[in-house]
Design a binder for this molecule. Structure first.
Ligand SMILES: Nc1ncnc2c1ncn2[C@@H]1O[C@H](COP(=O)(O)OP(=O)(O)OP(=O)(O)O)[C@@H](O)[C@H]1O
Ligand SMILES: [Mg+2]
Length: 261
């Protein structure tokens, strides 16, 4: 029944899109609420992202950025609201349906990496494809790992890697299946400035070539400025959104303005 509902919402959204000639958002969150005990982390949170957009989400520690990413990835349940990913409401899916949907359509880079310690780097990267019974595109794997500078460590285990290397493995795993939406939680948090810049250009490149919509959570204005738009999360919702125009100084200025008041 759940499967039927997921297929039904997906195709009705596609049909509406075709009928009305509009662009179906890659991600459309509306009225999302999520509490932890009595703490209201997200309160009527809404965010829309067009297909192929590259946007950043910023906010102080504890403002709910990771909570939103987990909700949008179907890893956490919402108390209210909907989150449509390519037209399908991931919040309403069963755990099993969300897992399957995520493997095919969403690439997640977790703040804590979530790599499997007993598996090699290569096996960690191709895991979403293996779980989905899909073939590994060796060419894509090769170009991804060389762009990320991890081609030489494919046979190592995560515990033998530095924090920055682990982070790059987690990014490769999120991108391997060419997802429609990439949700990246501080993907450069453990990297130095040079590696961070390389990741930003890789994400930008991917965004241009494959039309994946990318939402990057970051504390770094330089990273946010790589995106076209930046959203500031405050009091459980998006308090302000700006075009970045690639200007990190402007992002810092807007950040201070938003959180000063
Ligand atoms: N499993 C949980 N149980 C209880 N409270 C939680 C849980 N996960 C998160 N929280 C609380 O929800 C709030 C938002 O957490 P979240 O991880 O989304 O913040 P964040 O914006 O990602 O912060 P950071 O920048 O530090 O990663 C925090 O106050 C946190 O303590
Ligand atoms: Mg977080």
């Amino acid at each position: 029944m759940q499967k039927f509902y997921t297929i039904y919402t997906f195709y009705t959204a596609k049909l509406k899109n075709w009928l009305y000639g509009g662009v179906m958002e890659a991600l459309n969150a509306s009225g999302v609420c999520r509490k932890y005990g009595k703490q209201e982390v997200l309160k009527d949170f809404s965010l829309e992202m067009a297909p192929g957009s590259f946007e950043a989400l910023m906010g102080p520690s504890g403002s709910g950025k990771s909570t939103f990413l987990h909700l949008a990835a179907g890893l956490l349940s919402a108390d209210a609201g909907e989150i449509l990913v390519g037209g399908s409401d991931i919040v309403k899916m069963s755990d099993a349906a969300a897992t399957k949907f995520r493997r095919r359509h969403i690439g997640v880079v977790f703040q804590s990496f979530n790599l499997l310690n007993e598996k090699t780097v290569r096996d960690n990267i191709v895991l979403p494809l293996r779980l989905d019974g899909a073939k590994v595109d060796e060419e894509r794997l090769k170009s991804l790992v060389s762009a990320l500078g991890i081609a030489d460590i494919l046979s190592k285990k995560p515990e033998e890697l530095s924090g920055g290397e682990r982070q790059r493995v987690a990014i490769a795993r999120a991108l391997i299946a060419s997802p429609d939406v990439v949700l990246a939680d501080e993907p450069t948090g453990d990297l130095d400035a040079k590696a961070s810049k390389a990741i930003c250009s890789l994400l930008r490149d991917l965004n241009g070539k494959e039309k994946s919509a990318i939402l990057v959570v970051t504390h770094d204005p330089q990273v946010a400025a790589t995106a076209s738009k930046v959203h500031f999360l405050k009091d459980g919702k998006i308090a302000a959104s700006y075009a970045t125009e690639g200007d990190a100084e402007m992002v810092s200025k807007r950040y201070l303005e938003t959180y000063r008041s």
